[in-house]
Design a protein around this ligand. Structure first.
Ligand code: UDX
Length: 479
């Protein structure tokens, strides 16, 4: 065991980032690399509570936890991310440093640190112990590229926005010419001034990204080649190893049996409901683990789904409606109750990868979180994109304008638009989108198959980590 490389993986403690970092950890452990996966107490307790402890199945994968410094009752929703990050900098970072710098003699010394790019403190810790750092930003590369372009956008006066014309084209994002409007930039670019906490966090992250020996992304070359080549101008060593959830299934057969890494309890009754629906007749609706919407938006979405006449499976995540969905303060309108009874199924959290793979699902009404987007792409399901924040604005633009995998409902939320877009994807343009989605799904699966670009990048990542270990052992023998 002592000769195996030892990698410390530290994800941003949110459902999306933890989901894909765990899949990477599982893949690396499968290739004889020892992993210490650092969760926060909060997230780890929820993972253990809602997953049959399949985490114990891997000899090379162990978990450690740190406090995130927030009160236990903090909802940790999207609006809380600045507080979470500030608290982790103060509370979690020193403990992380202690863990990595004081690995007991009996343990394998740390070979390499893989951390979320927002954890700028990881660069100092890696330098202190003299090990390589690989940043893994679990957002989309197209989204992350706009983060890296932020200094240029500010310098050119494109951010903050000079006026309220949200359709003004963006000039200073190389490789995105003719694609990005102001409204398609990450939500933090809509800030009124540069004192915005998220703007400051992203600029600080931009300063630290070049300190990494490599960047890992959950994407595949054929999907984002133009963006990845731009990224190589900042960091030449890029590992595009996604879609990680599919990559894991390709390489680790028993992964088929592992449950997803949900931090909520999955309501499996929706699968038997799907089993009784016609082929491709259901719109699956979910806004991920962080997005929160108003009661007005909630009702517009409900009316739009019912008026579309389509069947729908809707995830109403607990805490996702400001003020609470269940105490709407009025009886559910009869038309909504009737339409939902006839054609709908509502759960609080679904086994999303199973749902998206189900033949009865014809499209995905999504907030365009990157894990959700990739999961939809792999299953060949067209998307109706209603982005909430961070990279989702960029993802929804690429789905609608570049990849042609669906429609972008950005900045619109009324029952007429929702009805129209559901009918467009499920009826009038159904064949066009299904054909396109099937083509891209095939590219995704090919990339994680033997000889595919993501397969090769993961092999290179494993080899690079193992050579780090060999170099470290040689250096220690010389000293
Ligand atoms: C966050 C950001 O919002 C997202 O934009 C960023 O790219 C990653 O971090 P989140 O909002 O949770 O992620 O969205 P997403 O990335 O889609 O991750 C959600 C995960 O939860 C997916 O893997 C999805 O399969 C899972 N999920 C969602 C369920 O298992 N069940 C559900 O009912 C809903």
């Amino acid at each position: 065991m002592h000769n195996l490389p030892h990698v410390f993986i530290f994800p941003l403690p949110l459902q999306g980032p933890v989901n894909c970092m765990l899949k990477l950890a599982h893949l690396l452990a499968h290739h004889d690399i020892r992993i210490t996966f650092l969760n926060t107490h909060h997230i780890h307790q929820r993972l253990l509570a809602h997953n049959n402890n399949h985490f114990n199945n891997y000899a090379n994968l162990r978990f450690q936890t740190v406090p995130d410094g927030l009160p236990e009752d903090n909802p940790r929703t999207g609006d809380q991310i600045p507080n979470l990050l500030e608290s982790m900098e103060i509370v979690s970072a020193p403990i992380f440093r202690e863990m990595v710098t004081a690995v007991p003699e009996s343990e394998t010394p740390v070979t390499c640190i893989i951390a979320d790019g927002i954890f700028t403190f990881a660069a100092g810790v890696a330098a202190e112990i003299g090990v390589p750092l690989l940043y893994f930003d679990t957002v989309s590369p197209c989204g992350f590229w706009t983060y890296l372009c932020l200094p240029k956008l500010i310098e050119a006066g494109e951010v903050p926005f000079k006026d309220d014309n949200m359709d003004e084209m963006i000039i200073n994002a190389p490789g995105m010419e003719g694609i990005m409007r102001r409204r398609d930039l990450p939500s933090f670019c809509r800030a009124k001034d540069l004192d915005d906490p998220l703007i400051k966090l992203v600029l600080k992250e931009d300063d630290h990204i070049p300190l990494a020996q490599g960047l890992i992304f959950n994407t595949f070359q054929q999907l984002e080649a133009p963006i990845l080549s731009q990224m190589r101008n900042i960091c030449p060593n890029i590992y595009a190893v996604g879609p990680l959830h599919t990559h894991l299934k390709t390489r680790v057969l028993e992964a088929e049996t592992t449950t997803s890494n949900s931090i909520w309890k999955e309501d499996m009754t929706c699968i038997s409901w799907l089993d009784s629906q016609p082929l491709r007749s259901v719109v699956y609706v979910s806004i991920g683990s962080l997005a929160i919407i108003s009661k007005e938006e909630f009702l517009e979405l409900w009316h739009g789904l019912v008026n579309s006449g389509s069947r729908f499976l809707w995830v109403q995540r607990q805490g996702s409606v400001i003020g609470g969905a269940n105490n709407m303060g009025f009886e559910t309108p009869l038309q909504l109750a009737q339409g939902t009874k006839e054609r709908g199924c509502i759960v609080s959290w679904a086994p999303q990868q199973v749902v998206l793979a189900h033949p009865s699902v014809g499209a995905f009404f999504t907030h365009s979180g990157w894990n959700s987007s990739l999961e939809s792409i792999v299953e060949g399901k067209p998307m109706i994109c209603w982005p909430y924040g961070v990279d989702q604005q960029v993802n929804s633009r690429y789905v609608g304008e570049v990849w042609k995998l669906g429609v972008d409902m950005k900045d619109m939320c009324d029952r007429v638009v929702i009805e129209k877009m559901v009918k467009e994807v499920m009826e009038s343009r159904k064949d066009e989108f299904l054909e396109r989605a099937d083509h891209v799904a095939k590219l995704a699966k090919a990339s994680v198959s033997q000889g595919g670009s993501s397969f090769q990048d993961l092999d290179r990542l494993v080899d690079d980590i193992k050579s780090m270990r060999i170099r470290a052992r040689a250096a220690s023998q010389l000293s």
